[in-house]
Design a protein around this ligand. Structure first.
Ligand SMILES: NC(=O)c1ccc[n+]([C@@H]2O[C@H](COP(=O)([O-])OP(=O)(O)OC[C@H]3O[C@@H](n4cnc5c(N)ncnc54)[C@H](O)[C@@H]3O)[C@@H](O)[C@H]2O)c1
Length: 254
């Protein structure tokens, strides 16, 4: 059975992706520091007939990534998919950047995916190849949040480099770039700016916010053989909000 590792598997997007990958036949490993939540989601997947294992881990701890991959190698002997989903925001404006927050955001959103790719590469190669899916964000196009945008833009760059370097070992590397989602990740931002969710809804030609399941669908596609010739690419799960807005004069003309 193929094995998929999902970081941040206790969060909204991670849990939705893990459920979908389990339904697609992967044995999913959910890695998260939220111990109770990750075990709960794991049990849900197993109760629904899927195969799942919880890995309670703080990915920012020294050596945590290597220990995690060593445990997977020992337990399963293979690894076919890595979903780099754990992420955090912080340090929105340049004048407010606290170096410790900047370092934490860059470490979780960019350094951990690099370390995971490095540690997972030999095991994935031995497994015959596979797929790495990096959960980036629409912010790489928009410039929202100093540390967050920098980290997610870096993750897009990492995706492209890894696609080139790991392709010869049959490892595809892609990213999904979701827009503002209807998940608890945004609770604080919405509390501070109630109009933001409304603006995103209006910006989308589809007229709604994205959900964790919308993102999970793109992740599951990229993890599947249906995406067998797709690498180095970015799927915008943005409901069209990645497009430049229509000029008003054009609106009137059509
Ligand atoms: N929600 C959005 O609007 C949105 C939009 C674009 C991109 N994203 C990206 O999607 C991903 C998931 O977002 P979400 O909405 O599911 O967020 P979430 O907060 O629900 O999930 C994030 C998960 O990561 C885990 N995590 C955080 N730090 C960790 C650490 N050090 N070690 C292990 N686990 C850790 C948390 O416990 C949590 O379960 C993130 O990378 C985020 O940047 C989210």
């Amino acid at each position: 059975m193929q094995v998929a590792l999902v970081t941040g598997g206790a969060g909204a997007v991670g849990a939705a992706a893990a459920r979908m990958l389990a339904a697609d036949g992967f044995h999913v490993v959910l890695a998260d520091r939220a111990i109770d939540r990750v075990q709960g989601i794991c049990s849900e997947i197993v109760d629904a007939g899927g195969e799942a294992a919880a890995e309670p881990v703080d990915l920012l701890e020294n050596g945590a990534v290597n220990r995690l991959i060593d445990r997977l190698a020992e337990r399963f002997g293979r690894l076919d998919c890595v979903v780099n989903n754990a992420g955090m925001t912080g340090a929105p404006r340049i004048g407010e950047v606290d170096l410790s927050v900047w370092n934490a955001v860059l470490a979780l959103n960019l350094t951990v995916p690099m370390l995971l790719a490095q540690a997972a590469h030999p095991l994935m190669k031995r497994s015959g190849g596979g797929s790495i899916v990096n959960v980036a964000s629409r912010v790489y196009l928009a410039g929202t949040g100093v540390a967050y945008t920098s980290s997610k833009s870096g993750l897009i760059g990492l995706t492209r480099v890894l696609a080139v370097q790991l392709g010869p070992d049959n490892i595809r590397v892609n990213a999904v770039a979701p827009s503002f989602l209807n998940t608890p990740f945004n609770e604080k931002i919405v509390a501070e700016n109630a109009g933001l969710a409304r603006s995103f809804r209006k910006m989308s030609p589809l007229g709604r916010l994205g959900t964790a399941e919308d993102v999970a669908g793109a992740i599951a596609f990229l993890a599947s053989p249906r995406a067998s010739f797709v690498t180095g690419d970015i799927i915008h799960v943005c409901g069209g909000t990645q497009l430049a807005p229509q000029p008003t004069a054009f609106d009137e003309a059509v």
